[in-house]
Design a protein around this ligand. Structure first.
Ligand SMILES: C[S@@+](CC[C@H](N)C(=O)[O-])C[C@H]1O[C@@H](n2cnc3c(N)ncnc32)[C@H](O)[C@@H]1O
Length: 434
């Protein structure tokens, strides 16, 4: 279900210009907002844009730390600097329970949310509650000015099955969470706008890497294509930078991807159906070979056949699968069980044991049950590259280093086949800034 948007493109463009302000609005922007043939509104190039060129920079309308299960909470909720000390030592001295640095605990920006959290009365004042921190970017909607509030309401907001859950978990952290229906509905609307448009990603603040969840109304207008022409990254906390992954022609739509680039078509489609409520019909989604990358491929189940099977139909989440060698056809249920087996077997090994063990598993065991082109195996190779590129106490011999280089070459070749251009993943692999 999508909540109706009543603002026309002209009014939206004016609101975006005000939001960008003199610091971010360029004299001749490389983008403009127009109605899109993909869906609703989109961003379009006003001139030819070269690979790696910055298309736009935008400040967040709403932002906060991601505070997911796997993230550390030692980050200031306002400036995202790293905090040192015990949980009690890094909490706001005024009792709101947010992790904060000294400077921000007395800042004007924090005053309002501090008062709000204290009014709601945190149940445990000696512990930082993850669900309470997770709704910080949402409750910040209460402190927007009129123009910003209008802009928030001009964004598409899809209501999925889970949009109330975040408020419920957060409200459980307080004795007297708001019962005001208008305020709760405003939070719900903001959550739906986040779920539809927000970006989540790593940002480096003073050398400290933080995971941020933020709403960028302009960047959020980019529609999805599975092999996009634009990349994004966060810059110094709450700024997003959009760059061109390949040349973009004047008038072309500027698109991003909402999924991982190297997921199989079914993995991407399943994720988008669940989280964004749409089915992508881009050129890549319609090609069962995915530009010859065979990211979905599994081994044929027919006796004696050593071929690979790929999904046949492209418009359903439960396609039949056909062997490219013996042409046997298998129902989706059978292949889905097989894909789950490969996924669980490989994922259970990732991050357990040493990199050397992982390399042996990938090279010697996986080829027995999973084609080398399958996306789960590709992800496992990426994981090895990532682990070997970071500071570690593990020692690697020449064979391990050669494997890493081979995995890198394989993945770069896959990206090339997909036509992904100078995408962030390629830069991460080749420049080793994982
Ligand atoms: C971040 S918004 C993109 C901007 C949106 N078009 C608008 O008018 O505000 C994401 C939503 O746009 C739509 N959308 C984006 N890419 C799409 C695609 N490839 N196919 C169908 N719908 C898409 C979906 O409704 C999705 O939930």
């Amino acid at each position: 279900m999508s909540m109706p948007v009543t603002v026309c493109v002209q009014e939206l463009s004016e609101l975006i210009n005000l939001h960008l302000g003199p610091d971010f609005l360029e004299k001749d922007p490389a983008w403009q907002i127009m109605d899109s043939a993909i869906s609703g509104r989109g961003l379009f190039a006003t001139r030819d844009i070269g690979t790696r060129e910055v298309i736009l920079r935008e400040p967040a309308l709403l932002a906060g730390p991601k505070a997911s299960q796997s993230t550390n909470l030692n980050t200031c909720c306002v400036c995202y600097c790293q905090l040192e000390g015990s949980e009690e030592e890094i909490m706001c001295p005024h009792g709101c329970t947010m992790p904060l640095c000294k400077a921000c605990s007395s800042s004007e920006r924090h005053t309002f949310e501090c008062k709000l959290f204290r009014k709601w009365k945190p149940k445990n004042t000696t512990k930082i509650s993850r669900p309470a921190i997770r709704i910080v970017p949402i409750i910040r909607c209460l402190f927007l000015n009129e123009m910003q509030h209008k802009l928030l309401y001009a964004l598409q907001a899809n209501a999925d099955k889970f949009f109330k859950a975040e408020i419920k978990s957060a409200s459980d952290c307080f004795e007297e969470f708001t019962q005001n229906r208008d305020v709760i509905n405003y939070f719900y609307r903001t959550i739906c706008a986040f779920n539809t448009n927000a970006f989540e990603g790593k940002s480096c603040v003073g050398g400290h890497e933080v995971l941020i969840r933020a709403l960028f109304p302009l960047a959020g207008l980019m529609n999805h294509q599975c092999t996009p022409n634009a990349n994004h990254h966060f810059d110094n906390g709450e700024t997003i930078v959009i760059t061109a992954a390949r040349p973009i022609k004047q008038g072309e739509e500027i698109v991003t991807t909402y999924t991982k680039l190297l997921w199989s078509t079914l993995a991407r489609k399943g994720f988008m159906a669940l989280t964004k409520q749409f089915m992508c019909c881009c050129q890549r989604c319609q090609d069962p070979t995915e530009n010859g990358t065979y990211l979905s491929a599994l081994f044929c189940r027919a006796q004696g056949c050593k071929g690979i099977v790929i999904p046949v139909q492209t418009k359903t989440l439960q396609p039949d699968w056909r062997c490219t060698t013996c042409e046997s056809v298998f129902p989706h249920s059978k292949m889905a069980r097989y894909q789950d087996f490969a996924l669980n077997t490989i994922n259970n090994r990732i991050n357990k044991g040493s990199v050397a063990e992982m390399i042996t598993f990938i090279n010697d065991m996986c080829p027995r049950f999973c084609p080398s082109s399958n996306y789960v195996l590709v992800e496992a190779k990426l994981n090895v590259i990532w682990r070997m590129s970071r500071p570690t106490t593990e020692e690697f011999n020449e064979d391990h280093l050669k494997c890493k280089e081979r995995y890198k070459e394989e993945i770069v070749a896959l990206l090339e086949k997909l036509g992904a251009g100078d995408c962030t993943l390629k830069k991460l692999i080749t420049e080793e800034i994982l």
